[in-house]
Ligand binder design. Sequence first.
Ligand code: CAA
Length: 269
Amino acid sequence: MGNGIAQVAARAGFDVVMRDVADEFLARGMKAIDKSLQRDVDKERLSAEEKAIIISRIKTTTDIASLSSAFIVVEAVTEDLGVKTEVFRSLDGVTGPEAILASNTSSISITKLGATTRRPDKVIGMHFMNPVPVMKLVEIIRGAATSDETYEKTRALTAKLGKVPLECHDSPGFISNRVLMPMINEAIFALYEGVASRESIDGIMKLGMNHPMGPLTLADFIGLDVCLAIMNVLHDGFGDSKYRPCPLLKRYVDAGWLGRKSGRGFYEY
Ligand code: CAA
């Protein structure tokens, strides 16, 4: 997600600093950006020169202090409250007092992340969808303390990135995953109970509901560990058994079958 966000910002004309914990992850991110932009060069929607200019706007670093002059930082680390909290504390220390700290979290509380900083009014959710260069939506989440000014600036920035900002309040799973994940989880239950094959479940939803991907294919695309983490946030956050993660989803994650990224999920890649 991080490289997709960096790509979209650089394409919109912004100078971007992309930070990760190791050079190999940064190299992988830059490779993904190159590949994604090359699609548009091949389709003659972007010239090779424009592609080179976009790439030259992105600097990479492993040093979080290199973000010190950023007017906004979009965090896209692993979906774990402890890890995100640590990153937000560090960002609060290295960035200027006016910088907005946005999180691309898919379900973790923006209010909680804001409370770990000295600027909760400047903490906001900017939830991009995968693949970031293609998907139009950015779900904008206001934490309890997010100011109107921070919201307005983030909304305007999202529009400059060529995306559609849609607002929602801080609540487990926000809107996107509160609606999407129970559907995916239900599809996994149907597979678990032997109601239909993976191909039938996906085909029924693709052909019958006009979804671009069936729910099991989509789960593999998102990552089964991410799906499980989101179901756990919904389950814990609402305390309602309707959000219990399917045992088959847990078993696959335990086995390391995480979807496309690990070569196996509900399908083999
Ligand atoms: N970078 C740039 N362009 C890309 C791309 C990428 N990484 N991936 C696909 N594309 C472009 C292709 O070039 C193609 O462009 P044109 O039609 O303009 O030529 C277009 O997207 C369609 O791609 P393909 O023809 O290769 O394949 P497709 O028609 O099967 O579409 C898809 C692929 C866009 C991923 C489509 O299957 C889709 O929309 N799937 C659902 C995606 C979805 O639901 N995403 C949200 C997941 S949830 C999430 O992200 C948040 C969360 O919190 C969990």
